[in-house]
Design a protein around this ligand. Structure first.
Ligand SMILES: [Cu+2]
Length: 462
């Protein structure tokens, strides 16, 4: 995190950032929102001299927090006010394929001036997000992302329900996006585009106002392009109750540390136990340094003397009640390429290319020897088939693998239904799920520069 000190005087916006998004029109059974993607200016700090040129939804960084009910249809009307095509992907939602937001696979790109109506009927409650899936290595880096909450009918009792969406940005000294580095082959072949400026809900070092004795639900999301966020909490009463939106057996994170790869989420329930009037830091660990990125500010008055003892288990979702069979259709998934990966060549657009030719085309990541979107699916199965993706991450980099339209078990953590999982370099493991949602679905690395550099494929459920 170079030059963090330099940014301190530009810190804390307070007024900007995640705002609750209220329905524009409402029927008894239909919630409807308008989401406008545009270019504009955003102040990351309240004494910032020059506003930053960004792309955003509804002129907010991140986009508005959209809250929709579980199991009922909501409509989001996207208006593209950019001067380039876009689309919105609803990360983690098991919805109709036509609403998945992948240009040229599930829908045509939404052209400038056009609109697209997304109909969302999410079967599962939880913490999700939405973001551009068009040139996401640029549009996501410029700000086109927001938080989506699917609300439980009967959530566990908490005093506050807070969002903590962490992102990083690569800014220059004038607080402008470092757009010259877009498409940097170095980034694409290494760990992706890492920023030098951290925000939580679009703010720098925000304070969450809490009181001793409170119970807080904190929805953590990593919405960065590529940075794996290694967070350190200095609270003793933390329980992790959901991973990628799906309820899990509550557990206490070891040493208060929570690691989220790009795209991943975790819901925490925290019993606030520090003394009134104190601050407890939330830190981001990078290498051997810990940087305070946010904090809990305890009010002078405690809320209650005794902590709540009501249940913290989230209600089950259909997604986490799926029973995996013991027999699978097994599909190998070999991940190769990148810097120091030793890949000599791969197939791109049907032709075998050597590594020099691949680098010229910025296609340096291969799945099963193919870089970029294959014409044929990785596999095609009948609805209801259980699939085991047997992964070998055979290169020098970690990758955050994401499957669209489905939740899966990474066999290293049986019991956790997730939509994005991290494979360390050299790691082998299986992503196992029931392919029960008809359509054409992406599988890709959520370090979006790796996806742009070729690490994506797709499958079909018929
Ligand atoms: Cu990757």
């Amino acid at each position: 995190m170079p030059n963090r000190r330099q940014f301190i005087k530009a810190s804390v916006a307070g007024l900007l950032g995640a705002s609750l998004f209220r329905p524009t029109r409402g029927h008894a059974n239909l919630t409807s929102f308008e989401l406008s993607a545009s270019n504009g200016q955003f102040m990351f700090g309240d004494d910032q001299e020059n506003a930053t040129q960004v792309m955003f939804y509804n002129q907010s960084i991140p986009g508005p927090v959209i809250r929709i009910p579980q199991g009922r249809e909501s409509i989001v009307q996207l208006r593209n006010s950019l001067d380039e095509p876009t689309s919105v992907h609803w990360h983690g939602l098991r919805i109709d394929n036509a609403m998945d937001g992948v240009p040229d696979l599930t829908q045509p790109p939404v052209m400038p001036g056009q609109q697209f109506e997304y109909h969302l009927t999410p079967p599962d409650a939880g913490t999700y997000w939405y973001h551009s899936h068009m040139r996401s290595w640029a549009q996501l880096a410029l700000g086109l992302a927001g938080v989506l909450i699917v609300e439980e009918a009967n959530p566990p009792r908490v005093d506050q329900d807070l969002v903590f969406a962490i992102d990083d940005w690569r800014l220059d000294r004038e607080m402008q996006m470092d757009t010259e580095s877009f498409g940097s082959m170095h980034d694409w072949s290494h760990g992706g585009r890492l920023g030098n400026f951290i925000t939580i809900n679009g703010e720098t070092e925000p304070s969450f106002e809490v009181a001793s004795g409170e119970r807080v639900r904190l929805r953590l999301l990593n919405i960065a392009n590529a940075r794996i966020m290694n967070l350190l909490f200095n609270e003793s009463g933390i329980s992790v109750v959901a991973i990628d939106g799906q309820p899990v057996e509550a557990f206490t994170p070891e040493d208060g540390r929570i690691v989220l790869a790009p795209g991943q989420r975790a819901d925490l329930i925290i019993d606030m136990t520090a003394d009134p009037g104190t601050r407890s830091a939330i830190e981001l660990v990078i290498g051997e340094y810990a940087y305070e990125v946010a904090g809990f500010d305890y009010s002078q008055q405690a809320r209650r003397a005794q902590l709540l003892d009501t249940p913290i288990r989230l209600p089950d979702n259909p997604a986490n009640k799926i029973v995996l069979p013991t027999e699978f259709k097994r599909v190998p998934l070999l991940m190769q390429g990148g810097a120091m990966g030793g890949m000599r060549g791969a197939i791109f657009e049907g032709r075998e290319l050597d590594i020099r030719e691949l680098v010229q085309r910025q296609k340096v990541w291969a799945l099963n020897g193919i870089v970029g979107m294959p014409a044929e699916p990785l596999f095609s199965v009948r609805r209801g088939t259980a699939v085991s993706l047997d992964v070998h991450n055979d290169n020098n980099w970690p990758h955050a693998m994401h499957i669209h339209g489905h939740h899966f078990i990474h066999d290293r953590n049986p019991g956790w239904w997730r939509d994005t999982t991290l494979f360390q370099r050299g790691e082998r493991g299986a992503m196992q799920f029931v392919a029960d949602n008809p359509g054409k679905w992406l599988i890709h690395c959520h370090m979006v520069e790796h996806m742009a550099g070729g690490m994506l494929t797709w499958f079909e459920v018929t």
